[in-house]
Design a protein around this ligand. Sequence first.
Ligand code: NAP
Length: 234
Amino acid sequence: MKNILIVGTDRGLGLALTQKFLSHDWQVTATIRKNDNPEEINKLKKEFNDTLHILHVDTTQNDSVDEFYNNLQESKFFDVIYMNAGIWGPLHQSSAEATDDEVLQLFMTNTIGPIRLARKIMENLKDGGTLCFMSSHRGSVDRNIEGGLELYRASKAGLNMMARGLFSEFNRKNITVLHIHPGWVETEMGTLDGTVSAEISIAESIDGVYQVVLRNMGSKKNLYLDYKNMEWAW
Ligand SMILES: NC(=O)c1ccc[n+]([C@@H]2O[C@H](COP(=O)([O-])OP(=O)(O)OC[C@H]3O[C@@H](n4cnc5c(N)ncnc54)[C@H](OP(=O)(O)O)[C@@H]3O)[C@@H](O)[C@H]2O)c1
């Protein structure tokens, strides 16, 4: 049975990804932030009691990452680690208008947090394992021809840069690093809390993302792909 860690799973794409891997007989360790009522993931736990293991981590908080790391050590070596957690940042998306706190929160969540956590738990990724990051087409420098959305774009471009660095740095472990754009999806983030329409459903996105992981895991490549397995320009 294959083993995956998915970070950020109480709603949206992370929740659907968790359900998808469980339904294909993977052992899943799913993380949520400390949350009083993680209703959906608790429902999954009832259905997949033997194969779903739930842990807590806030990827922006060092104490939380340390606690998570200690809890992980007992058991786990993963075939795949999937860093999904992310935020959109301030609605205006303008560097001129953003407060320092908004910038810090966005870059800690989308850029530094996932990389720092990946570094911390790299020993829990099997040799030849696959590290996935939920990137975005907005992180492509090459494809930014219309401007705007500068904060979110920069946070994901930074994530791409740093994740690419991990690929080279840990090549002794023969790892694969995938940066995956899930499409523009009907989640709380994708619809800006229900105020705009997105392009695809969560099911369509996650069907694709799942196939992308399966097709490319263990390839020992560093790839920037969308949910249809199309390569994206860096
Ligand atoms: N939806 C899209 O159209 C789209 C497009 C491109 C890329 N993406 C990327 O896909 C990923 C998932 O997005 P989504 O649409 O599913 O968003 P979402 O519905 O807003 O869910 C975001 C998830 O990230 C978690 N999270 C946020 N900050 C965290 C932190 N500091 N520590 C741990 N977990 C944290 C949230 O947990 P809480 O419930 O505790 O807040 C939640 O589980 C993100 O990285 C996003 O940038 C989405």
